[in-house]
Ligand binder design. Sequence first.
Ligand SMILES: Cc1ncc(COP(=O)(O)O)c(C=O)c1O
Length: 434
Amino acid sequence: MEHELARELNEVLQGTTPGALLSGMGKRLYFPKGIIAQGAEAKQFGRVADGTLGIAVKHKTPLILSPLQKQAPLLSAGEIVSYAPTAGIPALREFWAGELRRKNPALGDAAFSQPAVVSGLTAGISAVCDLFLDEGQTLLAANPSWDNYALIAQARRGGNLRLVDMFNESGMDLSALRKAMTEEAQKTGFVRVILNFPQNPTGYSPTVREAKEICAMVRGIAEKGAGVLVICDDAYFGLRFEEDIEENSLFAYLADMHENVFAAKIDGATKEDFAWGLRCGFVTFAGKNLSGSHYDVLVKKTMSVIRSTISCSSTVAQNMLQKIYSIDADTLRAEKAACRAVIEGRYKKVRALVDAQKGRGALQPMPFNSGYFMSFKCKNVDAESLRYKLLHTYGVGTIAIDKRTLRVAFSALDDECIDEVYALIYRAAEELAE
Ligand SMILES: Cc1ncc(COP(=O)(O)O)c(C=O)c1O
């Protein structure tokens, strides 16, 4: 039975594209007026004492073990061990919203929801699928894609992940995506697609022209009446290594595109701030003509996923990030640029090595221009056999994505070993060629 609070939230979304896209779980979820809501209220008005939350307090500050405090001497006890708000620390959310606009000039004045903090991007993708992907529904993604999409969309949500070829030898061929979107729109009236750029595992990002083509395609489908959910997985945002790459997230163009288009942006500190294990990601929604109350409900629905799974994200991680973001933006930006330059240097090196081999041997590089990775199509070699040989004969770790795709994370290769690693990859492939 639908909970009264869920019904209230669903009523607000009625008549909107996100409202029509909600899954069964998305419809059922609500944010209780229970402990968290009452605790937040007490924080504001409990002048004398706050006996709401299950934490231990002395002189109004949380108790903390001294060795734990010593690990993070610049943070207060509360900044380390107290619970963070369900959707994250407000100042951090505010900062991320500002950054989102700064990094995506194409957003202009388009509205979007206040980013909600999740425990890494995986949790963000999973939350959006909980809310908007039901059993039997199809989620379109690139072929090949990050393997966790299958785990989330299929194994967890019971949906159908349809991998669509969109890369050719030099860039993108969007005809298969157009066909798949059109088929979905005709069959169900809805299209759900996750687009990840820079992409894992190819390392490809659309050029300005290709980004325009993708957007025109989404607009075309929406104009014909289908509701379109585009999940922008921007994990590797900012790692552009060629001039012709679109600098904005597709989210910037989708945010105010058409009433039938609903965009969810998943991004975070994981790769952008070289903080993989801190587990800090963000979920942000946008759609043309959605109002503040629509966004409030979408954030509440996200909070209800968070509350019912992990309850809230790590306080210490959020505060560490919030501190570095607020201390000295220029120094931080310079340091991040220096880290990105390390990866770009590796990209350039790999680019040159791979270009020198063009057209030769069993390995065909898929297009790559950004991010952490590049992948080879293995023409007449089994990718798993190649991976195995590379690891067990030559001591080089790579990933076999599927039968014909081998992924190399050049971001994780020290500069001085890149020549050797690629020489070994080509050598092993030659030795195995069928
Ligand atoms: C494409 C893509 N999306 C999302 C993620 C998940 O990021 P996180 O570690 O923040 O969960 C990754 C991590 O490897 C990724 O490659």
